[in-house]
Ligand binder design. Structure first.
Ligand code: ZN
Ligand code: CU
Length: 483
């Protein structure tokens, strides 16, 4: 009689796309504890027995997706089931992007855009170590890796954010950054576009990025300008990475505003050339609109703007700013001021640029979803299925192994996340089973809180977290610390 080999779970009959970019193959995958224990052909897995057996015939098995660009810092604490992300097959989120992180800072009335993460009550982590302890106590369903936000450091140290930091302030910020990295943060982010950081000169950022070079980690940036001066911003980004000698990621790359539509040929050529001498990566979301705070200074009349939330006028959510301005018989800027604090979707991206950026081989997928908006940009619930369904399968922008690589192996390698983003023996069992023929995003601008279809099973660290599209009660996310 054949001796049975026992595992916690066995996934049968799937087309395994391993995250490296190589083509899929039919394989059986076995899981023990939180790791992938074995991978074999059907023939060599005859004597396997799983406590849990998942039939994945006609399905794809891929590494769980890594959402490289999120603002889930507080969401993983407030909504640890993380339905918006688990339902897309996301198993790891990188929080702290765009210069804004929930830690390390306390006692603050968060200025825009820090308030994208929550209000005063949410900012109560004096150190990154305390934040990680809270994440572990909340036990979210997904893994969490954190960047330290430049604007968070500034708001915690400086009395006035409308100037560049002094040497003493830079030193104090550098200490907090170093302590955060020692606690396990994986890098440092800036949002030089925002008022909390606009006044920072490049030297300030270089000095802080140099702390990264010592502590290890990556620099990500929402650049100073993504519109008319985008090439100057790319130059600044490259020079910063060169001077500090750190790898860099250009966040949510886009050519914003109609006057700059079509310029992605220029920007991607710049990035391609920079990649010859430095480590430069980039991420993007699969939509032709961005979303952030509704600031009167961001308002323009040549693009559509939709309100995602307003503290003063909650009923404005989901409505176009121009309709509200008409109703109030005032200018767009005045309407925005009245609505503030508020959030908005800006239809400021050209679909062709977005597709060109998405298709560029080094581009990773990041949702940039805003979990605290009441009528959020659909990217929060739809990003990953939209790339797999609409852009990969329907439009043929790239093949499926490439799409998977952009959301798994590539981000894991770029951000230095060990043993994730790939299917191999010994790696963490972060896995997603999906139907390549039906996977599809359903979230729209009008109806953004819609779960995608075609994502069948999600396992996080070996624990079943989504089954036939439904959330499971067990949550097994871990804090991913800087190795
Ligand atoms: Zn940003
Ligand atoms: Cu962002």
């Amino acid at each position: 009689m054949v001796e049975m080999e026992k595992f916690d779970a066995v996934i049968r009959g799937a087309q395994v796309i391993d995250g490296t970019g190589s083509a899929g193959s039919l394989m059986e995958v076995a899981i023990s504890g939180d790791r992938i224990a074995a991978i074999a052909t059907l023939e060599n897995a005859q004597n396997w027995l799983g406590k849990l057996e998942i039939d994945a015939s006609d399905r794809v098995l891929a590494p769980g997706f890594i959402d490289v660009h999120t603002h889930d810092d507080n969401a993983v604490l407030a909504t640890p089931t993380m339905p918006a992300k688990i339902s897309q097959g996301v198993t790891t989120v990188i929080v702290g992007n765009c210069g804004i992180s929930l830690a390390p800072i306390i006692d603050i009335d968060p200025p825009e855009p820090l308030n994208l993460l929550g209000g005063r009550d949410q900012f109560h982590f004096e150190t990154m170590a305390e934040y990680f302890t809270a994440v572990e106590a909340a036990q979210p369903a997904i893994n969490v890796a954190a960047l330290v936000g430049h604007s968070t450091l500034r708001a915690g140290i400086m009395d006035n954010l409308q100037r560049t930091a002094t040497g003493a302030e830079i030193a104090a910020m550098g200490e907090r950054l170093a302590a955060s990295l020692a606690a396990g943060a994986i890098g440092f982010s800036t949002g030089l576009y925002y008022k909390t950081a606009k006044a920072a000169e490049m030297a300030e950022v270089v000095a802080l990025a140099k702390v990264l070079a010592k502590g290890g980690g990556i620099y990500t940036t929402h650049m100073r300008d993504e519109a008319d001066h985008i090439i100057a911003s790319l130059q600044e980004t490259k020079a910063t990475a060169e001077q500090a000698d750190v790898p860099v990621v250009v966040s949510h790359h886009k050519c914003a505003q109609p006057a700059n539509w079509g310029r992605s040929e220029e920007t991607l050529a710049f990035i391609e050339e920079a990649r010859g001498t430095i480590k430069m990566g980039l991420d993007a979301y699969p939509y032709a609109a961005g979303s952030t705070v509704l600031d009167p200074d961001f308002v323009r009349d040549d693009i559509r703007i939709m309100v995602t939330k307003s503290e003063a006028y909650p009923e404005a959510k989901g409505r176009d700013l121009s309709d509200i301005a008409k109703e109030w018989d005032c200018s767009l800027k005045d309407a925005a001021s009245k609505l503030a604090p508020a959030g908005a979707i800006y239809f400021q991206i050209d679909e062709d640029d977005m597709q060109r950026i998405l298709a560029y081989p080094p581009t990773m997928i990041g949702s940039d979803g805003l979990p605290h908006d009441e009528h959020p940009h659909p990217r929060l619930w739809g990003t990953f299925p939209r790339v797999l369904g609409h852009y990969c399968r329907d439009l043929g922008l790239f093949d499926l192994p490439t799409a998977v690589h952009k959301m798994t192996g590539l981000p894991a390698a770029t951000f230095g996340i060990p043993d994730r983003g790939v299917i191999r023996e010994g790696a963490f069992a972060d896995l997603v089973v999906f139907n390549p023929d039906t996977v599809k995003d359903l979230a729209t601008y009008e109806n953004p809180l819609q779960q995608s279809t075609g994502i069948d099973y999600v396992l996080v660290n070996g624990t079943l977290s989504l089954m036939l599209g439904n959330l499971c009660p067990d949550r097994a996310g871990q804090v991913v610390r800087n190795a």
